[in-house]
Design a protein around this ligand. Structure first.
Ligand code: ATP
Ligand code: LTN
Length: 334
């Protein structure tokens, strides 16, 4: 890690198998940024506890997400790939930032509103203060840029507000981070309900495609995807959300602009198009799945990556945390 490169931080929750939404909206961009920036890519396991998890599955998924990060092309030597819970500074700074985040700000968060509806029997305090932990993740590492999907923009804004508020009180403690949101793929929608975001924790498996779905399953899910009543393959988010979503996915995996896709499928049916999208996605996932299977065959190696990278992250994190503790008036640990 050199001192003059800018810092990137981002993370995914190990709350289910990663979807092509997570990949196209976030991880694919991370891969492209790893040479130019000092990158930290975290598996944010503490965040997943805001929704009830099966402990055994969570343990398995945390390792699986690491393997997927690497299978998608993230190099653990070049980037710091680690688990949030392995660096206690995240929880420690989150507590402090909780005391600098207003209830009124948290009340506006759409993710909180969505998740409270989906989990009405468990609207816990952690779900509400989720953005303070996310702000801690980012601010601990003096992050310049945060590559995320569209749905996380609001959380990044609150992070910026809290950082600026803290800096105003105590001097320049935190870098105020900028979001990095891709032009195509930043909001992949559900295949069955294209008005809502594709989400790995959706109860209906036909709504999402995971990075580990077999080619047959991928093609089947795309064949079933909801479209609309006319027959034109044309980008129109408002009137043709299903087709537009499929076009975004196709464009993102093939690199073809929308105009070229419209021309390619001018005389073709929705069925032809859906098959082409399914096959293109399956093709993209093939090498990822091969690497994933190899990596999952060597858990000792994955655990070693977590250990080494967790230590690297902790060293950086405590530099910021010590500064924060001092600023707010906590005695140094000696
Ligand atoms: P959950 O279902 O548990 O809420 P999720 O699938 O929504 O999870 P997160 O772990 O919250 O995913 O998000 C990880 C990253 O992937 C974030 O940067 C987020 O913006 C991005 N992302 C998630 N879903 C999509 C999507 N449908 N399209 C584009 N980007 C997405
Ligand atoms: N809230 C994010 C996951 C997340 C994150 C972060 C993303 C937690 N901490 C820090 C970027 C930077 C989500 O995708 N739901």
């Amino acid at each position: 890690m050199s001192e003059n490169k800018k810092r990137i931080f981002s993370g995914v929750q190990p709350s289910g198998n990663l979807t092509i939404g997570n990949y196209l909206g976030a991880i694919k961009n991370w891969v492209g940024l790893q040479d130019e920036y000092d990158c930290m890519y975290c598996i944010v396991d503490l965040h997943t506890l805001t929704v009830r998890q099966d402990p055994k599955e969570l343990r398995q998924r945390s390792l699986s997400v690491l393997a997927l990060y690497m299978a998608c092309g993230l190099d653990p030597e070049k980037n710091i790939l680690y688990l949030q819970s392995h660096v206690a500074a995240h929880a420690e700074l989150a507590w402090i930032l909780n005391c600098y985040t207003y209830i009124g700000e948290l009340n506006r968060m759409t993710q909180f509103k969505d998740k409270s509806q989906r989990h009405a029997d468990n609207i816990n305090a952690g779900l509400f203060t989720y953005p303070a932990l996310m702000a801690a993740d980012i601010l601990l590492y003096q992050t310049d840029l945060v590559p995320i999907g569209q749905d996380q923009k609001q959380h990044l804004e609150i992070t910026r507000d809290v950082a600026a508020r803290f800096n105003n009180l105590y001097g320049d403690v935190f870098v105020v981070p900028e979001p990095y949101i891709a032009k195509v793929g930043a909001k992949i929608m559900s295949l069955q309900e294209p008005a809502k975001k594709m989400s790995k924790s959706d109860e209906n498996e036909n709504n999402f495609v995971t990075l580990l779905d077999s080619p047959d399953v991928v093609v089947r899910k795309f064949k079933k995807a909801v479209t609309d009543s006319d027959r034109e393959i044309r980008y129109d988010e408002e009137n043709k959300p299903g087709i537009s979503n499929l076009m975004s996915i196709y464009s993102s995996v093939t690199g073809k602009p929308f105009g070229d896709i419209e021309a390619e499928f001018q005389d073709k049916s929705y069925g032809d198009f859906k098959l082409a999208v399914g096959e293109a996605v399956a093709e993209t996932l093939k090498p990822v799945q091969e690497r994933y299977n190899q990596l999952m065959g060597n858990k000792d190696y994955l655990n070693e990556v977590l250990k080494v990278n967790g230590e690297r992250a902790a060293r950086l994190a405590y530099r910021t945390l010590n500064k924060v503790y001092k600023k707010v008036g906590l005695l140094p640990r000696g």
